[in-house]
Design a protein around this ligand. Structure first.
Ligand SMILES: [Zn+2]
Length: 263
């Protein structure tokens, strides 16, 4: 269970698989149960908030439309008007009303997290306290990126000649785009790092990195001109080595670090 205290009214973010839903079930088990004397507490309800990766990167305030039970103004929540059921709420003492709740989502959340808004749910019958609103978070898939912890991975195909000669390529980021210099002689599968364009960890300050995975694309169809050039290349090129040098050695990374124009 992780919590984040960022303001006086602390945001509580819980992990679903850390026993959070134990307490969760308890919340829902309270329905209609009168704890001590007095009117019962209102029911808790849950809702789902859809988030983009950009929402996760920056955090922010979201508005959630909800139909909440509110105290009936006709009978003031009593449920009866001189022994007759109130015509508006039919004796329930509550009526449904459309409300908008604001929820502050901290940066770095995942679909495993939920946020509890205490005392923001349905009002209780006959003036009882409000239940809670449990906001389940649903981070949408983004086809451009794979999320790996605080890193984002983007796969970028390049051509043979771009791999051999080097190139500047544009890649998408959560906030727009960035330019990456692909070093000459890059191998297929190499990771190029763009700093601080990933996601922040929950409760963390610094954003992770965007890793651009370079994949050398082999053309499936060649024009006559292209085929002729490739045949000429074959006559002069070196043989492929028995194995490709691993791209995560220190020499490679120090070269790659210098290669960035982004971040
Ligand atoms: Zn009423």
């Amino acid at each position: 269970m992780a919590s984040r205290g960022s303001s006086a009214d602390a945001i509580e973010v819980f992990m679903r698989d850390f026993g959070g839903f134990g307490g969760f079930g308890e919340v829902f088990g309270q329905r209609g149960r009168s704890s001590q004397a007095g009117p019962p507490r209102g029911e808790s309800l849950r809702t789902t908030l859809s988030l983009t990766l950009s929402d996760v990167a920056h955090g922010g305030t979201h508005t959630i439309p909800l139909a909440l039970l509110e105290t009936c103004q006709t009978c003031d929540g009593v449920g009866t008007v001189i022994a007759d059921p109130c015509p508006r709420c039919h004796g329930e003492g509550r009526v449904r009303a459309n409300r908008e709740l604001e929820v502050e989502v901290p940066p770095g959340v995942t679909s495993e997290n939920y946020i509890t808004l205490r005392g923001r749910g349905h009002v209780g019958p006959r003036g009882g306290a409000r239940g809670d609103v449990v906001v389940l978070l649903d981070v949408q898939e983004d086809p451009r990126f794979i999320r790996d912890g605080s890193s984002l991975i983007h796969e970028r195909p390049i051509t043979f000649s771009e791999a051999a000669l080097g190139a500047e390529v544009t890649v998408p980021t959560l906030d727009g785009s960035a330019t990456v210099r692909v070093p000459p002689g890059v191998q297929s599968g190499a990771l190029l790092r763009i700093r601080a364009q990933g996601l922040p960890p929950l409760n963390g300050e610094r954003r992770g990195d965007l890793l651009v995975r370079v994949v050398v694309w082999t053309p499936e169809h060649l024009t006559a001109d292209q085929e002729e050039l490739f045949r000429k290349l074959r006559d002069v090129e070196d043989e492929a080595p028995e194995r490709v040098a691993r791209s995560d050695d220190k020499g490679f990374w120090s070269r790659v670090k210098e290669a960035f124009t982004g971040s």
